[in-house]
Design a protein around this ligand. Structure first.
Ligand SMILES: Cc1cc2nc3c(=O)[nH]c(=O)nc-3n(C[C@H](O)[C@H](O)[C@H](O)COP(=O)(O)O)c2cc1C
Length: 306
């Protein structure tokens, strides 16, 4: 077998887009330790397990592989500096950091998208790394978008959108889902659309907050689901995917994305996006349990409370 070129292999591995985490523990003296890792993966829900791979060359190998446990902190988009600090040989990586002990005793960092505080389930040697498997004892998650990483560079979609603000006209829409249904509102011309508005001076985030507010629902402002050129309106269009808590909307209605509903959506770009959403959410199971709803019924549901 021909030897694989390690650099080319590393580059090929790097095409897999990931998030960025900081994995922390305390050594035998109680000193907090941590390193940046993108090798995180969830493993099991029952029992709740996660994993992260640590290089055998790590100066903190013993503390992690032979310790009581570790916490995985999923960095948010604004935490590139923290990622860099925990990837470089900095004397005290915790200096100037907002952190506290998690319920299982490992450092959890403020402002992260989520953290998982774990006891060490097992440490499995694997080539030049060790796979640290953690049993999740406690966790916490926020709607804050996560920091992405691909091909050796950070990926920050929400920040890029912010950079667009002020330079170009932006249309904002909210793809608000409740279970498998999506909130559709009736437009004046009788067609269906998402709650949407041009982003004014207040900016994209405030426009999204206003859109959610107008529905009367409790929903977290979610992450960017799609960014596209809105040819009909001649502007950039950003759609955010938001999860709504149980409740009835003050405008429109939660609707199954069945083909007859999609036919009532006039905007071809929106129609394509919702088809994609239905496919991705595997809710396009037409005719099985949505089979009894006629097109008219769906239209009435969607527009009735508008
Ligand atoms: C985005 C990113 C992801 C990384 N992922 C890992 C990883 O999964 N496992 C690992 O051992 N090192 C990873 N590293 C490298 C370590 O963070 C880096 O080598 C660090 O200096 C190790 O510190 P230590 O020797 O104190 O453990 C990553 C670095 C970056 C910037």
């Amino acid at each position: 077998m021909t030897a694989l070129d390690p650099r080319a292999l590393r580059n090929a591995f790097g095409t897999f887009m990931t998030g960025v985490t900081v994995v922390t523990t305390r050594d035998a003296e109680g000193t907090p330790l941590g390193f940046t890792a993108n090798s995180f993966s969830s493993v099991s829900l029952d029992p709740p397990l996660v994993l992260v791979c640590l290089a055998n060359s790590s100066k903190n190998y013993d503390a992690f592989a032979g310790g009581k446990g570790f916490a995985v902190n999923i960095l948010s988009e604004g935490q590139k500096d923290i990622s860099n600090t925990f990837a470089r040989p900095v004397a005290d990586r915790f200096a100037d950091l907002d952190w506290q002990d998690g319920p299982a005793g490992n450092p959890v960092i403020g402002g992260v998208s989520a953290w998982f505080d774990c006891t060490l389930h097992s440490a499995v040697p694997a080539g030049d790394h060790v796979i640290l498997i953690g049993a999740v004892q406690a966790f916490h998650a926020e709607p804050t978008p996560g920091l992405g990483y691909a091909r050796g560079a950070y990926v920050t979609p929400s920040r890029e959108v912010e950079a667009l603000e002020g330079r170009t006209e932006i249309m904002v829409s909210a793809l608000i889902k409740q279970d498998d249904r999506v909130l559709l509102v009736g437009a004046k011309d009788g067609t269906l659309s998402l709650p949407e508005s041009r982003a004014g001076k207040e900016g994209v985030s405030a426009t999204l907050a206003r859109l959610i507010d107008a529905t009367g629902l409790r929903a977290e402002p979610g992450f960017i689901y799609a960014v596209y050129e809105d040819l009909r309106r001649g502007c950039q269009h950003i759609t955010f995917l938001c999860e709504a808590e149980p409740g009835t909307p003050a405008v429109g209605a939660f609707t199954d994305l069945i083909p007859s509903t999609l036919m009532d959506i006039n905007d071809p770009a929106l129609c394509t996006m919702l088809k994609r959403f239905a496919d991705e959410a595997r809710i396009g199971n037409f005719g099985v349990y949505y089979g009894n709803e006629s097109r008219g019924q769906v239209r009435a549901i969607a527009k009735g409370v508008n």
